[in-house]
Structure formats: structure tokens, C-alpha cells
Design a binder for this molecule. Structure first.
Ligand code: NAD
Ligand code: DAU
Length: 353
């Protein structure tokens, strides 16, 4: 089997669902179920014997050791993290703990386990670390996109902790020979994304008749990748990536935030028209994110060339699929957005007026 950490979160759950649809191999899904993890997302797997869910914290060494010894995975795919930049600005402690200490703990237990494997299994073992393009810092309008050799320059507590975890992963390969793979991906969007992030937040606020809070001037640029394409890329890297290498993953979809929000409004005007007026009228400019990175862009030619991966969705097709999914799954949004999330909305947006 394979071990997935963070498989109840946005990308991890999409990966687990896709994996079990396309492969006969079982998944051990290890997730702490923080505010961002949701078992409702995995409901369709409740009768699937190939999905084993364990609630555990990757920082707990004894628990991780016991899981590896019991289940003997051939690979670890490490998605678990604190992932929201704004939360890292409000309170970085959990980010250092999970992203740095948690990744370190997982590497240590993986190394100990890997050292016990017979030669053939040892050389086939993989530790795939899922990281972000944010470790490379911020680009200006004319800079070339991030490549695998771009120097690290993380700017937020979130990206600094992801950079720290990337360095540890690299060191475990260089020092101990652990067969690691690292992927650095751009902004994902699609089903089951927690509504704190730009696209699901804007859809939810639009439908609720609330303001659509665009930070700063709305001209910050992100590259957008449909989550199913990211999952396909990770499967390719796991299958044929070269241990010790890093792979940038992106959608060739650089967009200004304001253009993303306008595109969402236009889709909603078609799919769920308001009685009166247009969704764009709800757009409100609010105080900017501290240290807000201006632009991210990904040069994904290495994974295309070496592993033959290319995104299947365009931004237009992916966004339309995503909006339709949220329109049909409002119960999921209501469920995850109850409780603690309301306090977060107050903390993050009350100070922005
Ligand atoms: P997410 O916040 O939606 O999910 C994270 C999951 O990890 C949750 O299920 C949570 O319960 C779990 N988790 C958190 N701390 C844990 C711990 N200590 N032990 C065990 N489980 C824990 O995140 P996501 O958006 O799905 O991101 C997944 C990974 O991909 C992260 O490593 C993130 O840095 C990376 N990434 C995300 C994006 C994006 O656009 N969302 C882009 C590039 C890379
Ligand atoms: O680039 C990859 C990264 O993408 C991942 O590593 C992170 O885990 C993921 O959260 C995402 O980070 P961003 O900060 O780019 O995503 P977010 O959805 O929070 O914001 C996208 C852009 O939209 C960013 O420029 C800030 C802006 N924004 C965001 C929110 C929540 C707004 O203008 N208004 C908002 O309310």
C-alpha cells in the first residue's frame, strides 16, 4: 500500500479519491483532522476496504513508527501541512510545528523504517514531499517563471516553513540516501477546497450576497492548476521521478486576482443568476495581506519533458467544473464552514475594512 498524510484535506482527499478509482493498491490515510481536514469528503470510501483511515498527528513519532511497522507502505506521499498564508500571518506556531517539526518527524521515522527493508524494497521505496511555488518568493512582472533551479526566497511564515521542510527532505537524500521526490506546485483549485481560499471563498460569498473581498489592488498574479491535474502529476512523479530531484508543477495559467474573481462572477451570472444585478457589483477592495507576494509563475517544462505530464484542464474548463461542483455541493460547504471557521472569518476580515 501507499501512505498518504493529510488525505482528509483539499489536495490529499482529491488524490486519495483519484488513486482508489484508478489503482488496485490500498491507501493508508493519516490525518490529524484539523479545521482543514474533513471526513465527509471521504464518505464515498466508507465501504472501501482499500482505504484505511487513521487519525494521527505526524509530529507524534511513536504513532508514525507504529503505522509504518504495521502497514509497511512502499511509499509515503506527504501532503499534511498548515496551508493558509493568512493564518500563518495571524499565528505561525502551528505552521512551524506541523510543516517543519512534523516533516522532520516523518523523515526520521521513514528513514528508520526504510533501513529495515530488504534491498529490493529499499531501492523501490519513495518519500514524495508535496510543496509549493511560494518557497521561491515573489516575481515582478518581467521576471521569468520559477524553475527548479530558482533560489529559495520565502516571504511568509507559511512559505518559510514549507521551504524549511523542503530543505530537510533534500538533506535526507543527500546525507542518508533516502529516495525522496519533491514537487513544487502553484495554486490549486477544484472540489473540496476549504472556503478560506480565494476561489471557494468568492463563490460562497457571492451566493450569500456578501462582499467579495479583494486584497489590495487585485493585481497580484497567481498561476492556477486544477486539482485533478496536480494529482495526475504527483502520480507521474511517484511512478517515474528520479530520487533526489524536484519537479515544478503549474498550469500555464497566470491570472490577476481581479480577473479570477470577475470570471467567477460571470460564471455565476450564467449558472445561478441573481434576481437583480450582477455578482461583480459585490466586489469590495479591502486592506492588503501583509507582505503580499506580487506574482507567482511556474516553468513546468521539466515535468513535461521528463515525465510526459501536461495539465488536461484549461483555466476556463477547470473553473466551470469547479463552480458547478460548489453549486451542487453546498451542504459540504455549510458543514465545513460551521464552527471555528466563523471565528476565522471575523479575525481575518474585520481588520481589513
Ligand atoms: P489543506 O489545508 O486543505 O489540508 C491539509 C490537511 O493536513 C488537512 O486534512 C489537515 O487535517 C492535515 N494536517 C494538518 N496538520 C497535520 C498534522 N500535524 N498531522 C496530520 N495531518 C495534519 O491543504 P491543501 O491545500 O490540501 O495542501 C496540501 C499540501 O499541498 C500542503 O503541503 C500544501 O503546502 C501543498 N500545496 C498546496 C497548494 C494549494 O493551492 N492548496 C499548492 C501547492 C502546494
Ligand atoms: O502558490 C501555491 C499556494 O497557493 C499554496 O502553497 C497555498 O497552500 C495556497 O493557500 C495558495 O496560497 P495563496 O496565498 O496564493 O492562496 P489564497 O487562496 O489564500 O489567495 C490567492 C490570492 O487571492 C492571493 O493573492 C490573496 C488573494 N485573496 C485571498 C483571499 C482569501 C484575496 O484577494 N481575497 C481573499 O479573501
Amino acid at each position: 500500500m501507499i501512505l498518504v498524510t493529510g488525505g482528509a484535506g483539499f489536495i490529499g482527499s482529491n488524490f486519495v479519491l483519484d488513486w482508489l478509482r484508478g489503482s488496485s493498491e490500498a491507501v493508508l490515510n493519516v490525518d490529524k483532522l484539523t479545521y482543514a481536514g474533513n471526513l465527509g469528503t471521504l464518505e464515498s470510501l466508507s465501504d472501501n476496504a482499500r482505504h484505511v483511515f487513521v487519525r494521527a498527528d505526524i509530529c507524534e513519532r511513536a504513532a508514525m513508527e507504529a503505522l509504518l511497522v504495521e502497514h509497511k507502505p512502499r511509499a509515503i506521499l506527504h501532503f499534511a501541512a498548515e496551508s493558509h498564508v493568512d493564518r500563518s500571518i495571524h499565528g505561525p506556531t502551528d505552521f512551524v510545528q506541523t510543516n517543519v517539526v512534523g516533516t522532520f518527524t516523518l523523515l526520521e521515522t521513514a528513514r528508520a523504517y526504510w533501513n529495515t527493508l530488504p534491498a529490493a524494497q529499499k531501492s523501490a521505496f519513495r518519500f514524495l514531499h508535496v510543496s509549493t511555488d511560494e518557497v521561491f518568493g515573489s516575481l515582478s512582472a518581467d521576471d521569468p517563471p520559477f524553475s527548479e533551479t530558482t533560489a529559495y526566497a520565502p516571504n511568509s511564515p507559511y512559505s518559510a516553513t514549507k521551504a524549511g521542510s523542503d530543505h530537510l527532505v533534500r538533506a535526507y537524500h543527500h546525507t542518508y540516501g533516502l529516495p525522496v521526490l519533491t514537487t513544487n506546485c502553484s495554486n490549486n483549485y477544484g472540489p473540496y477546497q476549504f472556503p478560506e481560499k480565494l476561489i471557494p471563498l468568492m463563490i460562497a460569498n457571492a451566493l450569500a450576497g456578501k462582499p467579495l473581498p479583494v486584497y489590495g489592488d487585485g493585481n497580484n498574479v497567481r498561476d492556477w492548476l486544477y486539482v485533478g491535474d496536480h494529482c495526475a502529476a504527483i502520480r507521474r512523479v511517484l511512478a517515474d521521478g528520479k530520487p533526489g530531484e524536484t519537479y515544478n508543477i503549474g498550469g500555464w495559467n497566470e491570472k490577476k486576482n481581479l480577473d479570477v474573481v470577475n470570471a467567477l462572477c460571470d460564471l455565476l451570472d450564467t449558472l445561478r443568476p441573481k434576481g437583480q444585478g450582477l455578482y461583480r457589483e459585490q466586489i469590495t477592495y479591502v486592506k492588503d495581506r501583509l507582505g503580499h507576494d506580487r506574482r507567482y509563475a511556474i516553468d513546468a517544462r521539466k515535468i513535461e519533458r521528463e515525465l510526459g505530464w501536461k495539465p488536461a484542464e484549461t483555466f476556463e474548463t477547470g473553473l466551470a467544473r469547479t463552480v458547478r461542483w460548489y453549486l451542487h455541493n453546498q451542504a459540504w460547504v455549510d458543514e465545513v464552514a460551521s464552527g471555528e471557521y466563523q471565528k476565522w472569518v471575523e479575525d481575518n476580515y474585520a481588520v481589513r475594512v
